[in-house]
Design a protein around this ligand. Sequence first.
Ligand code: CP3
Length: 353
Amino acid sequence: MREESAPAGTGAAPLLVRTLRREATERPPFWFMRQAGRYLPEYRALRARAGSFLDFCLTPALAVEATLQPVRRYGMDAAILFSDILTVPYALGQQVRFEEGTGPRLEALPDGAGIDALDAAGAAQRLAPVYEAVAQLRTELPAQTALIGFAGAPWTVASYMIEGGTSRDFARIRRWAYEDPAGFSHLIDLLVETTSAHLVAQARAGAQVLQLFDTWIGTLPEEQMRRWGIAPARRIIETVRRAVPDVPVILFPRGAGLLYEAYAELADGVSLDTTVPIGWAAQALQDRCVVQGNLDPMLVVVGGAAMLEAAQRILEQLGPGGLIFNLGHGLVPQTPPENLAALCDLLRDWKMR
Ligand code: CP3
């Protein structure tokens, strides 16, 4: 059995975990996607002495420090492990680089032969520094601060592996999935297995909540979303629940639209992108699972009353039914750190009505 993070005597699990178990809480927990990152001067300083971005992610002491930075400054209810979804293609033996300004660059998988060359057996060993960072974080974080582990969902990770980077139209992967679904499903199956194992290993090392990021699933029509998004997510959750039954899973199927309902059936929480109407989420999703989100990250760049009023609407409409306050996507580098401080003040003082 895994131990609860709270020290003996206090008895309570972290607020984030209690919320995902649907217990009544004093206020919604909050954390922010991409809460570690370039908007923080202390992150930029650490980044400058870290070497390549992959070395940064795979050096436990640096990953631990980057994870802790935003929590020290703002006291979020959760820390998300500092890592990246593209550590998995790297662990499978694909070349992965991060270039300043242009984002990730991978040697694109040409075809089925490229899939056969991937080294699934070696992945766990290449990812060992990630689990080391998780274990160390659990000893350094305050007991009330939940540690979130994560991975990219198969479709999103496959899109980087096949397109060779972030794509404008995802033409190669979408075409491959239509023209050769049997061949393409080998890659998705491989990613389901590797991703499940990666999540379970993070939980065993001390992650108390897991999040699966499907950033690019919104590029697919219904049938394809069910096949390459929902079905793989179901298989991953089944494996994770069998291995670590006490660890809740949050899905982020960005752009899933009305199919958020299907995702909400699978998970303990769904993370809403900025387009999801909060009134609809309250009616259609919250009886199925807890929702997370969904403030527009641009409002944290803008700050002031526009940001605070939008946050209050989310708290009022979604707070009572089971909410983890977050953004609809990640914080952006141009975010003024003091705007996030003002938002955290509102969230910390919020009282559930
Ligand atoms: O604070 C956190 O959220 C934890 C760390 C984290 C990173 N990436 C660090 C990172 C997490 C959870 C991710 C997930 C991730 N990575 C996603 C899914 C979530 C999403 O944002 O949609 C995706 C699609 C990626 C792939 C990726 N990594 C891209 C496209 C880029 C380049 C764009 C950019 O913002 O630079 C990265 C690099 C990256 N990952 C950075 C950080 C802090 C910036 C790199 C740097 O500091 O030089």
